[in-house]
Design a protein around this ligand. Structure first.
Ligand SMILES: NC(=O)c1ccc[n+]([C@@H]2O[C@H](COP(=O)([O-])OP(=O)(O)OC[C@H]3O[C@@H](n4cnc5c(N)ncnc54)[C@H](O)[C@@H]3O)[C@@H](O)[C@H]2O)c1
Length: 263
Protein backbone atom coordinates (compact mmCIF):
# COMPACT_ATOMS: atom_id res chain seq x y z
CA UNK A 1 0.00 0.00 0.00
CA UNK A 2 1.23 3.47 -0.85
CA UNK A 3 0.17 6.13 1.61
CA UNK A 4 -0.25 9.90 1.61
CA UNK A 5 -0.27 11.11 5.20
CA UNK A 6 -2.50 14.16 5.51
CA UNK A 7 -1.66 15.63 8.91
CA UNK A 8 1.70 15.03 10.52
CA UNK A 9 0.81 15.41 14.18
CA UNK A 10 0.59 12.77 16.89
CA UNK A 11 -1.43 10.31 14.80
CA UNK A 12 0.37 11.04 11.52
CA UNK A 13 3.77 10.30 13.04
CA UNK A 14 2.63 7.08 14.70
CA UNK A 15 0.98 5.97 11.46
CA UNK A 16 4.20 6.61 9.58
CA UNK A 17 6.13 4.32 11.96
CA UNK A 18 3.59 1.53 12.04
CA UNK A 19 2.92 1.68 8.29
CA UNK A 20 6.63 1.12 7.62
CA UNK A 21 6.61 -1.88 10.00
CA UNK A 22 3.70 -3.37 8.04
CA UNK A 23 5.63 -2.96 4.78
CA UNK A 24 3.74 0.07 3.45
CA UNK A 25 5.36 3.07 1.79
CA UNK A 26 4.67 6.73 2.53
CA UNK A 27 4.71 8.63 -0.78
CA UNK A 28 4.20 12.06 0.79
CA UNK A 29 3.31 13.91 3.93
CA UNK A 30 0.88 16.83 3.56
CA UNK A 31 0.91 19.26 6.48
CA UNK A 32 1.13 23.02 5.91
CA UNK A 33 2.45 23.69 9.42
CA UNK A 34 5.07 20.93 9.40
CA UNK A 35 6.10 22.04 5.88
CA UNK A 36 6.39 25.69 6.96
CA UNK A 37 8.54 24.81 9.96
CA UNK A 38 11.13 23.49 7.49
CA UNK A 39 11.05 20.12 9.20
CA UNK A 40 13.42 17.52 7.83
CA UNK A 41 12.10 14.78 5.57
CA UNK A 42 10.08 12.25 7.47
CA UNK A 43 11.31 8.92 8.78
CA UNK A 44 10.51 7.08 5.60
CA UNK A 45 12.19 9.72 3.47
CA UNK A 46 8.93 11.10 2.05
CA UNK A 47 8.84 14.85 1.48
CA UNK A 48 6.60 17.17 3.48
CA UNK A 49 4.32 19.38 1.36
CA UNK A 50 1.82 22.06 2.32
CA UNK A 51 -0.88 20.82 -0.09
CA UNK A 52 -1.54 17.93 -2.47
CA UNK A 53 -1.27 20.46 -5.31
CA UNK A 54 2.28 21.39 -4.37
CA UNK A 55 3.17 17.68 -4.18
CA UNK A 56 1.68 17.17 -7.65
CA UNK A 57 3.54 20.17 -9.08
CA UNK A 58 6.79 18.46 -8.20
CA UNK A 59 5.87 14.79 -8.69
CA UNK A 60 2.92 14.64 -11.10
CA UNK A 61 -0.61 13.41 -10.33
CA UNK A 62 -1.13 11.26 -7.25
CA UNK A 63 -1.87 7.76 -8.46
CA UNK A 64 -2.26 4.43 -6.69
CA UNK A 65 -2.14 5.99 -3.21
CA UNK A 66 -4.50 5.98 -0.25
CA UNK A 67 -4.75 9.19 1.80
CA UNK A 68 -4.90 8.90 5.58
CA UNK A 69 -6.27 12.15 7.01
CA UNK A 70 -5.62 12.88 10.68
CA UNK A 71 -5.43 16.66 10.47
CA UNK A 72 -7.64 19.24 12.17
CA UNK A 73 -11.41 19.65 12.27
CA UNK A 74 -11.15 23.03 10.50
CA UNK A 75 -9.04 21.48 7.70
CA UNK A 76 -10.98 18.27 7.19
CA UNK A 77 -13.72 19.45 4.85
CA UNK A 78 -11.31 21.01 2.38
CA UNK A 79 -8.96 18.01 2.48
CA UNK A 80 -11.81 15.55 1.96
CA UNK A 81 -13.16 17.61 -0.97
CA UNK A 82 -9.70 17.52 -2.57
CA UNK A 83 -9.46 13.72 -2.19
CA UNK A 84 -12.90 13.33 -3.79
CA UNK A 85 -12.09 15.68 -6.67
CA UNK A 86 -8.71 14.02 -7.34
CA UNK A 87 -10.21 10.52 -6.89
CA UNK A 88 -7.75 9.67 -4.14
CA UNK A 89 -9.24 6.93 -1.91
CA UNK A 90 -9.37 8.44 1.58
CA UNK A 91 -9.45 7.12 5.12
CA UNK A 92 -10.51 9.98 7.38
CA UNK A 93 -9.94 9.89 11.13
CA UNK A 94 -10.23 13.64 11.67
CA UNK A 95 -13.38 14.49 13.59
CA UNK A 96 -15.62 17.57 13.57
CA UNK A 97 -16.85 17.63 9.93
CA UNK A 98 -19.79 15.21 10.17
CA UNK A 99 -22.40 17.89 9.41
CA UNK A 100 -20.93 17.73 5.87
CA UNK A 101 -20.92 13.94 5.68
CA UNK A 102 -23.92 13.65 3.33
CA UNK A 103 -22.63 16.30 0.95
CA UNK A 104 -19.05 15.00 0.86
CA UNK A 105 -20.18 11.37 0.70
CA UNK A 106 -22.31 12.22 -2.35
CA UNK A 107 -19.27 13.85 -3.99
CA UNK A 108 -17.27 10.60 -3.59
CA UNK A 109 -20.20 8.56 -4.95
CA UNK A 110 -20.54 10.88 -7.96
CA UNK A 111 -16.82 10.68 -8.71
CA UNK A 112 -16.72 6.90 -8.14
CA UNK A 113 -14.28 7.49 -5.31
CA UNK A 114 -13.86 5.77 -1.95
CA UNK A 115 -14.20 7.24 1.52
CA UNK A 116 -13.79 5.32 4.78
CA UNK A 117 -14.48 7.34 7.91
CA UNK A 118 -14.68 6.64 11.65
CA UNK A 119 -14.57 8.81 14.74
CA UNK A 120 -12.64 5.97 16.40
CA UNK A 121 -10.63 3.44 14.40
CA UNK A 122 -9.74 1.21 17.35
CA UNK A 123 -10.87 -2.35 16.71
CA UNK A 124 -11.56 -2.77 20.43
CA UNK A 125 -13.86 0.25 20.54
CA UNK A 126 -15.73 -0.86 17.43
CA UNK A 127 -16.20 -4.32 18.95
CA UNK A 128 -17.30 -2.58 22.18
CA UNK A 129 -20.05 -0.73 20.23
CA UNK A 130 -21.47 -4.10 19.20
CA UNK A 131 -21.24 -5.54 22.72
CA UNK A 132 -22.97 -2.41 24.11
CA UNK A 133 -25.77 -2.70 21.53
CA UNK A 134 -26.23 -6.39 22.33
CA UNK A 135 -26.30 -5.83 26.13
CA UNK A 136 -28.75 -2.94 25.80
CA UNK A 137 -31.17 -5.06 23.76
CA UNK A 138 -30.79 -7.99 26.18
CA UNK A 139 -31.52 -5.90 29.27
CA UNK A 140 -34.26 -3.69 27.83
CA UNK A 141 -37.18 -5.99 28.86
CA UNK A 142 -36.00 -6.10 32.49
CA UNK A 143 -37.21 -2.86 34.08
CA UNK A 144 -35.35 -3.56 37.30
CA UNK A 145 -32.10 -2.70 35.52
CA UNK A 146 -31.34 0.96 34.92
CA UNK A 147 -28.58 2.01 32.49
CA UNK A 148 -25.93 4.70 32.74
CA UNK A 149 -22.45 5.36 31.33
CA UNK A 150 -19.24 7.26 31.90
CA UNK A 151 -16.04 8.22 30.12
CA UNK A 152 -12.68 9.38 31.44
CA UNK A 153 -9.97 11.15 29.41
CA UNK A 154 -6.75 13.09 30.02
CA UNK A 155 -6.94 16.72 31.07
CA UNK A 156 -5.76 18.02 27.65
CA UNK A 157 -8.81 16.77 25.78
CA UNK A 158 -10.67 19.72 24.27
CA UNK A 159 -14.13 18.23 23.81
CA UNK A 160 -16.61 16.61 26.14
CA UNK A 161 -18.34 14.19 25.89
CA UNK A 162 -16.00 12.19 23.67
CA UNK A 163 -17.15 11.26 20.15
CA UNK A 164 -16.92 7.63 21.25
CA UNK A 165 -19.29 8.36 24.17
CA UNK A 166 -21.83 9.77 21.71
CA UNK A 167 -21.54 6.64 19.58
CA UNK A 168 -22.05 4.37 22.63
CA UNK A 169 -25.09 6.41 23.69
CA UNK A 170 -26.48 6.07 20.16
CA UNK A 171 -26.14 2.28 20.29
CA UNK A 172 -27.82 2.09 23.72
CA UNK A 173 -30.71 4.38 22.74
CA UNK A 174 -31.27 2.42 19.54
CA UNK A 175 -31.49 -0.85 21.43
CA UNK A 176 -33.28 0.14 24.67
CA UNK A 177 -36.84 1.29 24.07
CA UNK A 178 -36.98 2.41 27.72
CA UNK A 179 -34.24 5.00 27.13
CA UNK A 180 -35.03 7.79 24.69
CA UNK A 181 -32.50 10.50 25.45
CA UNK A 182 -28.89 10.87 26.66
CA UNK A 183 -28.22 13.55 29.27
CA UNK A 184 -24.63 14.74 29.46
CA UNK A 185 -24.62 17.68 31.81
CA UNK A 186 -24.28 17.84 35.54
CA UNK A 187 -27.69 16.88 36.90
CA UNK A 188 -29.14 18.79 39.83
CA UNK A 189 -32.09 16.42 39.84
CA UNK A 190 -32.61 12.67 39.59
CA UNK A 191 -32.45 11.44 35.99
CA UNK A 192 -35.84 10.57 34.48
CA UNK A 193 -36.40 6.85 33.77
CA UNK A 194 -36.16 7.46 30.01
CA UNK A 195 -32.86 9.33 30.31
CA UNK A 196 -29.45 7.71 29.90
CA UNK A 197 -27.07 9.63 32.15
CA UNK A 198 -23.57 9.73 30.61
CA UNK A 199 -20.88 11.53 32.61
CA UNK A 200 -17.40 12.78 31.62
CA UNK A 201 -14.33 13.07 33.83
CA UNK A 202 -11.13 14.85 32.74
CA UNK A 203 -8.05 13.90 34.72
CA UNK A 204 -4.30 13.40 34.32
CA UNK A 205 -2.96 11.39 31.40
CA UNK A 206 -5.74 8.85 30.92
CA UNK A 207 -5.86 7.80 27.20
CA UNK A 208 -9.56 6.87 27.37
CA UNK A 209 -12.01 4.76 29.37
CA UNK A 210 -15.64 4.16 28.39
CA UNK A 211 -17.97 2.23 30.69
CA UNK A 212 -21.59 1.17 30.43
CA UNK A 213 -23.41 0.15 33.62
CA UNK A 214 -26.66 -1.78 34.05
CA UNK A 215 -27.67 -1.51 37.68
CA UNK A 216 -30.44 -3.09 39.75
CA UNK A 217 -31.22 -3.32 43.47
CA UNK A 218 -29.75 -6.85 43.44
CA UNK A 219 -26.61 -6.46 41.36
CA UNK A 220 -24.66 -4.47 38.82
CA UNK A 221 -23.35 -5.40 35.36
CA UNK A 222 -20.61 -3.28 33.83
CA UNK A 223 -18.80 -3.45 30.50
CA UNK A 224 -15.76 -1.26 30.01
CA UNK A 225 -13.25 -0.42 27.31
CA UNK A 226 -9.87 0.88 28.45
CA UNK A 227 -7.38 2.21 25.90
CA UNK A 228 -3.77 1.83 27.08
CA UNK A 229 -2.39 4.26 24.47
CA UNK A 230 -2.92 5.28 20.83
CA UNK A 231 -1.67 1.98 19.42
CA UNK A 232 -5.20 0.57 19.03
CA UNK A 233 -6.22 3.62 17.00
CA UNK A 234 -3.16 3.38 14.80
CA UNK A 235 -3.33 -0.36 14.12
CA UNK A 236 -7.11 -0.16 13.57
CA UNK A 237 -6.62 2.67 11.07
CA UNK A 238 -3.98 0.67 9.17
CA UNK A 239 -6.12 -2.49 9.14
CA UNK A 240 -8.99 -0.36 7.80
CA UNK A 241 -6.71 1.27 5.21
CA UNK A 242 -5.55 -2.16 4.00
CA UNK A 243 -9.22 -3.18 3.70
CA UNK A 244 -9.96 0.00 1.71
CA UNK A 245 -6.97 -0.60 -0.56
CA UNK A 246 -8.14 -4.17 -1.32
CA UNK A 247 -11.63 -2.88 -2.15
CA UNK A 248 -10.35 -0.13 -4.41
CA UNK A 249 -8.13 -2.61 -6.25
CA UNK A 250 -11.14 -4.91 -6.65
CA UNK A 251 -13.06 -2.00 -8.22
CA UNK A 252 -15.48 -1.48 -5.30
CA UNK A 253 -16.13 2.17 -4.54
CA UNK A 254 -18.36 4.04 -2.12
CA UNK A 255 -18.61 5.46 1.39
CA UNK A 256 -17.65 3.04 4.16
CA UNK A 257 -17.38 2.88 7.95
CA UNK A 258 -15.74 0.49 10.41
CA UNK A 259 -18.94 -1.59 10.28
CA UNK A 260 -18.02 -2.51 6.71
CA UNK A 261 -14.45 -3.34 7.77
CA UNK A 262 -15.63 -5.55 10.67
CA UNK A 263 -18.24 -7.24 8.47
N1 LIG B 1 -10.76 8.50 14.23
C1 LIG B 1 -9.84 8.14 15.12
O1 LIG B 1 -9.67 6.97 15.46
C2 LIG B 1 -8.94 9.22 15.70
C3 LIG B 1 -7.86 8.90 16.54
C4 LIG B 1 -7.04 9.92 17.01
C5 LIG B 1 -7.28 11.23 16.62
N2 LIG B 1 -8.34 11.50 15.82
C6 LIG B 1 -8.59 12.85 15.30
O2 LIG B 1 -7.61 13.08 14.28
C7 LIG B 1 -7.22 14.46 14.26
C8 LIG B 1 -5.71 14.58 14.47
O3 LIG B 1 -5.35 14.05 15.73
P1 LIG B 1 -3.87 14.24 16.29
O4 LIG B 1 -3.93 13.79 17.70
O5 LIG B 1 -2.85 13.66 15.37
O6 LIG B 1 -3.76 15.85 16.27
P2 LIG B 1 -2.46 16.76 16.21
O7 LIG B 1 -2.91 18.13 16.60
O8 LIG B 1 -1.33 16.13 16.93
O9 LIG B 1 -2.07 16.79 14.63
C9 LIG B 1 -2.82 17.47 13.67
C10 LIG B 1 -1.87 17.84 12.52
O10 LIG B 1 -2.66 18.32 11.44
C11 LIG B 1 -1.89 19.34 10.79
N3 LIG B 1 -2.73 20.15 9.91
C12 LIG B 1 -3.34 21.34 10.17
N4 LIG B 1 -3.96 21.76 9.04
C13 LIG B 1 -3.76 20.82 8.09
C14 LIG B 1 -4.15 20.69 6.73
N5 LIG B 1 -4.90 21.61 6.12
N6 LIG B 1 -3.76 19.57 6.05
C15 LIG B 1 -3.01 18.63 6.65
N7 LIG B 1 -2.59 18.71 7.92
C16 LIG B 1 -2.96 19.78 8.64
C17 LIG B 1 -1.28 20.09 11.97
O11 LIG B 1 -0.16 20.87 11.53
C18 LIG B 1 -0.89 18.95 12.90
O12 LIG B 1 0.44 18.52 12.64
C19 LIG B 1 -8.10 15.12 15.34
O13 LIG B 1 -9.29 15.60 14.73
C20 LIG B 1 -8.43 13.97 16.28
O14 LIG B 1 -9.64 14.19 17.00
C21 LIG B 1 -9.16 10.54 15.36
Amino acid sequence: MNIILSGYGKMGRLLENRAAERGHGVAAVIDPFAAASGEAASLTGAGIFDTIDSFEKRNGPVCGCIALDFSRPDAAERNIRTFAEKKIPALVGTTGWYDKLDELGALFERNQGSLLWASNFSLGVNIFYRIAAYCAALIDPYDEYDAGAYETHHNQKADSPSGTAKMIAGHVLKNMKRKTKAVWDKLDRPPKPEELHFSSLRVGAEPGVHGLVFDSAADSIEIRHTARNREGLVSGALIAAEWLDRNVRAGRHGVFTMDDVLA
